[in-house]
Design a protein around this ligand. Structure first.
Ligand code: HEM
Length: 453
């Protein structure tokens, strides 16, 4: 270690015993963004617990790639064990590698192309229920759609709307409990029979029952399916051992949780931006009308939906669903000039990174054209909506396809208008979701007729 390596500085405003709990409770997102100005790695206090926030893109990249062996997933993921077991997002070491290898085939590019038809069918069924003039709870609706899409990947089928809503509410309850426990400085209350803990147990029981029924149905007729559950049922580890029901259940529940909320939130922000940027919406409509030309959307259309993809790229920058990703140092480490002891808790924030004014010109402006190839691109590590390295999101290709399909299908038929006087705020829970986002549906043929009149 060289002489200039030191313990990172404390962020200003730390109070005895509570640390930076006040700004974290008051406005977590503003606090995380403000930390950048205090250094590449900054120390904050979550109550008495020190946490190191990594702000520089080079060091985040280094932590996730070259030095990834020195870190475990950390506190947030530990709390996500509430979903049960040690599925892929939580598994460590050899177990992680084995599970990743096992699941990877389900996420190969060719497989994803084969899902596009299922994605369209699921989305179109939901869009057929939309009515001109109706006021839509955008996030809830998109959660149901994206959950349906992930279910079709996992099981080839979707539950009816009521069970789907119940599953979604349960996932939400577990997520909320995990984030509360991550930012809470004490954990003594976690095992007490409090209303929140009882609700958590009920939510978990419902998830395990519903998903368990589907797994059992697959077991009784294993050859009848070609999906992630059948892949997991056929899998064997190095010793030829199959996964047991609990392991399958926790993998499936984790994919359901990781894969629906994130994409739903991204799509909700995208529709919010379209609603307040009519010029961007018009360009999207033009592209979708030209490329689809009234045909059913297929995998062949996707590479030609250029503007749509830039729109998704920009949404994943400005409105990245992740505001906190955790790690824990398993050995003493050095990141840049920061020396961190073994056991140190670290976090990085995709949300704050993607809004860093040193990395992006006019960072708060929603501008899909900043991703035109002729424009200067941000440096390595500055745009990592899906993380990086061996723990990078396994669902990245799936998400690009799904978000492009959903955007194109919605834009080909619908315009969503904000209701006058609405203000939409970002709420940092497990993802950064929009506060209440209700929009009015306008069928495009009605909008065209209105403009012509
Ligand atoms: C907008 C959509 C999404 C975003 C922004 C997102 C983001 C992320 C990020 C940042 C990580 C890495 C976390 C870390 O480094 O600790 C991750 C991991 C993961 N994601 Fe996603 N994700 C999205 C969609 C999906 C989908 C659709 C699926 C599956 C259907 C999925 C499944 C997973 C899994 C299983 C992991 C753990 C991978 C591993 O540890 O090997 N995600 N995601």
């Amino acid at each position: 270690m060289t002489a200039d390596a030191t313990t990172p500085p404390h962020a200003p405003g730390r109070l005895p015993a509570v640390g930076h709990l006040m700004p974290l409770l008051r406005d977590r997102l503003a606090f995380m963004q403000e930390l950048r100005s205090h250094g590449d790695v900054v120390q904050i206090g979550v109550g008495p617990r020190p946490v190191f926030v990594v702000n520089s893109p080079e060091l985040i990249w280094e932590m996730l790639t070259a030095q990834s062996a020195n870190f475990s997933k950390g506190r947030l993921f530990d709390k996500l064990r509430l979903f049960g077991g040690s599925p892929l997002p939580i598994a460590e070491g050899k177990q992680h590698l084995q599970r990743r290898r096992l699941m990877q085939p389900a996420f190969h590019r060719e497989r994803i192309n084969s899902y596009i038809d299922r994605m369209s069918t699921t989305a179109e069924a939901a869009l057929r229920t939309w009515e001109h003039g109706a006021r839509l709870d955008v996030l809830n609706e998109l959660q149901l759609i994206t959950q349906g899409v992930v279910m079709s990947l996992l099981f080839d089928s979707e539950p009816a709307r009521d069970p789907a809503q119940a599953i979604m509410n349960s996932v939400d309850t577990v997520f909320q409990a995990a984030i509360r426990r991550t930012v809470s400085p004490v954990s003594a209350w976690e095992g007490l029979p409090l209303p929140g803990n009882r609700k958590l147990r009920a939510a978990n029981a419902l998830l395990r029952r519903t998903v368990g029924d589907i797994v059992t149905a697959h077991r009784t007729d294993p050859g009848a399916h070609d999906n992630v559950v059948s892949l997991l049922l056929e899998a064997r580890d190095e010793d030829g051992r199959p996964l047991d029901d609990d392991e399958i259940l926790s993998e499936v529940t984790a994919l359901l949780a990781a894969g629906s909320e994130t994409t739903a939130v991204t799509m909700a922000w995208l529709l919010h931006e379209l609603g307040r940027n009519p010029d961007i919406e018009e360009r999207l409509h033009h592209e979708v009308d030209t490329v689809l030309a009234g045909d059913r959307l297929t995998a062949d259309h996707l590479p030609r939906l250029d503007y749509t993809r830039r729109l998704v790229t920009e949404t994943l920058r400005l409105h990245n669903p992740g505001w906190i990703v955790t790690r824990q140092a398993t050995v003493p480490v050095r990141l840049g000039t920061a020396l961190l002891p073994a056991g140190a808790d670290l976090i990085w924030s995709p949300y704050a990174l993607h809004r860093d004014p040193e990395l992006y010109h006019d960072p708060l402006r929603f501008d899909p054209d900043r991703w035109l190839p002729e424009r200067p691109q941000p440096p390595r590590g500055a745009y990592i909506p899906f993380g990086a390295g061996k723990r990078m999101c396994i669902g990245d290709g799936f998400t690009w396809a799904e978000a492009t399909v959903l955007t194109a299908l919605i834009a080909s038929r619908w315009t969503l208008r904000h209701t006058p006087g609405t203000t939409v705020r970002p709420v940092p829970a497990i993802t950064v979701h929009p506060s209440s986002l209700h929009m009015v549906l306008e069928a495009r043929e009605h909008a065209a007729a209105r403009e012509a009149a």
